[in-house]
Ligand binder design. Structure first.
Ligand code: COS
Length: 383
């Protein structure tokens, strides 16, 4: 058993880390305050291949697979969460849906411009009446000749306001539900009847855009049906399996950064005549933080490795999403505690990280849903 990462992935890590240190960390506070990633930074991220990390080079990707992708997301997680969120929605679930289930023509048409960052992706599943119960979506798609007509609305869609390619899940046969009644579509933002609705204001993730998407007799060419008719729910679940591993990687990266800031503060902050790091209370917190991060990191790499082998990872993805997100929340909470009043101040990065971490337990499937997925699989497999 070899825990060494392939050399090209270690090199990728080094490149991303340097970029994060030089370009992203210095503007993390600016992104927070302006609620926007500067355009020139997004362009640099595109030039570095961040938008197509897992996809093969034949699609203009970097060919790093899921493992390389999660290592990059882990590094990105050290900076403002908006950076990883842009990539996660675009690559991890939108591009991934096309990569997993698209026809050769669809892959050739959409993945290269997405990998180059010329088209931004979004994944539109959630609706006002269908969050955890994703099979309860009400958006409809009815076939009319060589077109589908979509009607309905989606909410809380990451990258919604800036997306050019939207993976939309809609009901094609109400009687069949999750098993044959939901289809996936590749919708371009220029298609008639598509528009962006209300843009959301959030507790955290400032600089990452989330919005409602509205489909009013939206006309979608029949060739933009993604995968087989009626099998869209399976596409959504498979893409989410991959997305959840990426989410865990971002959580690990953020937690690692919070730990490093806490160690630095523990060495520097003097109380009772000595650095607080010499107090056992602080030492125990640091030890617990580091241990949990280590466990989550190994779980993340393992799930990505298994995904790259083409194995089904639903159980592992649910486990690592649940564990890493809860770990990150515990770690950033301790980081705020170690920083004391300083950590509660809006000018300190741990204050932002504390707010940003909270969504990890909710999106890409609440942790209650992850527990359900794990438990169902346990009961089915008997182990
Ligand atoms: N991979 C492949 N196929 C899958 C799958 C997966 N991970 N999960 C489900 N399927 C397929 C199966 O074929 C399944 O049928 P069988 O069990 O008969 O084989 C079918 O889909 C229906 O699945 P299931 O019975 O599990 O559907 P449920 O309606 O019970 O819902 C949950 C399943 C709750 C797990 C699903 O709705 C979910 O993940 N909800 C959270 C949604 C979410 O993450 N939202 C975040 C917003 S998008 S960022």
């Amino acid at each position: 058993m070899d825990f060494t990462l392939p050399e090209e992935i270690e090199m990728l890590r080094k490149t991303v880390r340097e970029f994060v240190e030089k370009r992203l960390l210095p503007i993390s506070m600016q992104v927070e305050e302006e609620d926007k990633i500067p355009d020139e930074i997004v362009d640099e991220m595109k030039d570095m291949g961040f938008f197509g990390l897992p996809f093969p080079e034949e699609y203009d990707g970097v060919g790093m697979g899921e493992l390389g992708y999660v290592v990059a997301l882990e590094e990105l997680g050290a900076a403002n969460a908006a950076f990883g969120n842009l990539i996660g929605a675009h690559t991890g679930i939108a591009g991934m849906s096309i990569y997993l289930d698209g026809t050769p023509e669809q892959k050739q048409k959409y993945i290269p411009p997405m990998a180059r960052g010329e088209m931004i992706g979004a994944f539109a599943l959630t609706e006002p009446n269908a969050g955890s119960d994703a099979a309860a979506i009400e958006t409809t798609a009815r076939r009319e000749g060589d077109k589908y007509i979509l009607n309905g609305s989606k909410m809380w869609i990451t990258n919604g306001p800036i997306a050019n390619v939207i993976i939309v899940f809609a009901v094609t046969d109400k009687t069949l539900g999750a098993r044959g009644g939901i289809s996936a579509f590749i919708v371009e933002n220029t298609f008639p009847g598509y528009r962006v609705g209300k843009v959301d204001k959030k507790m955290g993730l400032h600089g990452s855009y989330t919005s409602e998407l509205i489909f009013e007799d939206c006309v979608v060419p029949a060739e933009n049906l993604l995968g087989k008719p009626g099998l869209g729910f399976v596409t959504a679940m498979k893409a989410l399996d991959m997305g959840r591993i990426g989410l865990a990687a971002g959580a690990v990266g953020a937690a690692q950064k919070a730990l490093e800031m806490s160690i630095q503060w523990a060495n520097q902050r003097v109380q009772f005549g000595k650095p607080i790091g010499e107090q056992q209370a602080i030492q125990w917190m640091l030890a617990e933080m580091a241990t949990e991060i280590h466990a989550a990191r190994l779980m993340t790499y393992h799930a990505a490795y298994k995904a790259d082998r083409g194995e089904r990872v639903s159980r592992e993805a649910a486990m690592v999403k649940m564990f890493a997100s809860e770990m990150a929340c515990r770690v950033v909470d301790k980081a705020v505690q170690i920083h004391g009043g300083t950590g509660y101040m809006a000018e300190h990065p741990v204050e932002r990280m504390y707010r940003d971490a909270r969504i990890l337990k909710i999106y890409e499937g609440t942790n209650e849903i992850q527990r359900l997925v794990i438990a169902r699989d346990l009961l089915k497999a008997g182990k």
